[in-house]
Design a protein around this ligand. Structure first.
Ligand code: NDP
Length: 492
């Protein structure tokens, strides 16, 4: 044995994971991007650009155009022409070929796109690689399968496309939201103008490049970047037949009032404040993992995050102790490191919003718990946080925090759990943990939420419809239901 291999008895053993950083060399970033209109990248007529940064380092990644009203018009005109002359009358089996090709190309380039998503948005590479990108490809595969079967999906209803869809998406799952929007719209025969969020425009622009390589006819997909004003101009454009929006409830309300009387079709996927209910007979260690996934997946930047935890009183203290222990094992830091569990907060604005709500929780008397955690110097970070002693009336129990912050409350009976869970203006999702199947079915029936997970959380599948009630919006994405908003005379 060489002397190097001998570890002195007194030396402390280092059990830390060795860093395992994904290389960024696979992503070819441009210094400056164009708007993807009518099959080509074009300089904006507005002549304006803005920087997009890596939220984990605050380094500038690239400049992207800020589309003005003239650019929006150009994109909508291109989409209309493509619909009238080409895509709208293309047989479904031909549209399917393009969608299958796109799905396969997403798979081929999935490592590059996952790294890009992490660089621009701050999410852990493990999630971008294992959740976002596989789901993006799966959505295109799934809707490719429907493109030539619309007559079978809606027998006797003669499904026809609407025309031009204007789609606005948020920053939490940039490429996945793009897939949720584009795949059903294109499968149904519509053309699209899509605006990604201001802080995460890059993966949509790289997707545009991919769609062009897939041979998609010019104008079928147009990607315009910009801030809220660009989104506002898109949804208000008279050439848009259907608006699909995912984002905050406040902007959703604004869009709904803007579109009233316009005759445009609208679907809204808005905020949430999901109840995650743990009964005393639940498999507790599995439930702990479910709760961790429910609130710390994607730093809690998830509209369906299980942000209100209801634990049956008989197990409350034991469960909270377990949860605290598990929290202390979460690794927060460099999102490009494959060991990282919790990445960077998406922007300084979002960090300020989370901080303000957490301070409000403390001021209102809830008890905070945060594990010891060394945060990187640069970038935007928030320590995984639990609140106990939370009242139904506290802001942290009512408002969407959209960050890694869990509000814990208790209940004694199933009826009380339902009453408390439904005490929210939202209705997007919920989770239930119990060993009793009948109780799961009863709870699912009582909970006013579009999706109810049982003994699991945050599970997505393209064949499963997703969407909300009340202030969480209306319309469904995913499944056969996801085609309805894009077809004339059927559905919403
Ligand atoms: P927004 O609702 O402002 O953003 C969502 C998208 O809408 C973005 O692309 C945004 O552009 C665009 N947009 C903004 N204003 C308008 C407008 N008037 N007309 C059309 N489009 C518009 O969400 P924020 O980014 O401000 O996040 C605020 C809060 O919203 C979060 O803290 C969270 O609580 C919630 N949220 C919920 C999401 C969900 O999935 N349900 C997703 C994102 C946020 P731009 O990014 O350029 O401003």
């Amino acid at each position: 044995m060489s002397s190097k291999a001998v570890v002195p008895v007194s030396a402390p053993l280092d059990w830390q994971y060795a860093p395992s950083r994904e290389s960024t060399g696979i992503v070819a970033l441009k210094e400056r991007y164009g708007l993807f209109i009518d099959g080509k990248f074009r300089a904006p007529l507005s002549k304006k650009y803005f920087p997009t940064i890596n939220p984990a380092t605050e380094e500038e990644l690239a400049e992207v155009p800020e589309a003005g009203a003239q650019d929006v018009n150009r994109a909508v005109v291109a989409a209309r022409r493509a619909f009238d002359e080409d895509w709208g009358s293309l047989p479904g089996k031909e549209r399917a070929k393009y969608l299958f090709r796109i799905a396969r190309m997403v798979q081929e380039r999935s490592r590059e796109l996952a790294v890009l998503e992490t660089m621009d948005g701050g999410k852990p590479i493990r999630e971008a690689r294992d959740v976002d990108l596989p789901l993006v490809a799966a959505h295109f595969f799934y809707y490719a399968g429907w493109a030539d079967k619309l007559e079978y999906a809606f027998p006797g209803l003669h499904p026809e496309p609407l025309g031009v869809a204007g789609q606005v998406i948020p920053w939490n799952f940039p490429l996945m939201m793009l897939a949720w929007k584009l795949a059903p719209a294109l499968a149904a025969g519509n053309t699209v103008v899509l605006k990604p969020a201001e802080t995460t425009p890059l993966s949509a622009l790289h997707f545009a490049e991919l769609a062009s390589e897939a041979g998609l006819p010019p104008g079928v997909v147009n990607i315009i970047t910009g801030a809220g004003a660009t989104g506002g101009a898109l949804v208000a454009h008279p050439g848009v037949d259907k608006v699909a929006f995912t984002g905050s409830t406040s902007v959703g309300k604004l869009i709904r009032s803007q579109l009233a009387g316009s005759g445009k079709r609208l679907t809204l996927e808005l905020g949430g404040k999901a109840a995650h209910v743990i009964f005393e007979d639940a498999p507790l260690d599995q439930a702990i993992e479910g709760v961790i996934n429910g609130i710390f997946f994607n730093q809690g930047h998830v509209c369906c995050a299980g942000s209100r935890l209801f634990v049956q009183e008989s197990i409350h203290d034991r469960f909270v102790d377990k949860l605290k222990r598990r929290l202390s094992t979460l690794r927060v830091g460099d999102p490009l490191d494959k060991n990282t569990d919790v990445g960077a907060i998406n922007s300084a604005e979002q960090l300020a919003r989370i901080t303000e709500l957490v301070e409000a929780g403390q001021l209102e008397g809830a008890e905070i718990y945060q594990p010891e955690c060394v945060l990187p110097r640069n970038g935007f970070w928030f320590v995984p946080t639990l609140f106990t002693g939370v009242s139904q009336s506290h802001r942290i129990a009512q408002e969407e925090i959209f960050g890694p912050v869990l509000s814990i409350m208790s209940f004694r009976t199933p009826e009380e759990a339902v009453e408390k869970a439904n005490n929210t203006p939202y209705g997007l999702s919920a989770g239930v943990w119990t060993q009793k199947g009948s109780r799961i079915l009863w709870m699912a029936d009582q909970l006013k939420a579009g999706v109810v997970w049982a003994n699991t959380y945050n599970k997505f599948d393209p064949s499963s419809p997703f969407g909300g009630y009340k202030e969480s919006g209306f319309g469904r994405e995913g499944g056969r239901h996801g085609l309805l908003p894009y077809l004339k005379g059927i559905g919403l």
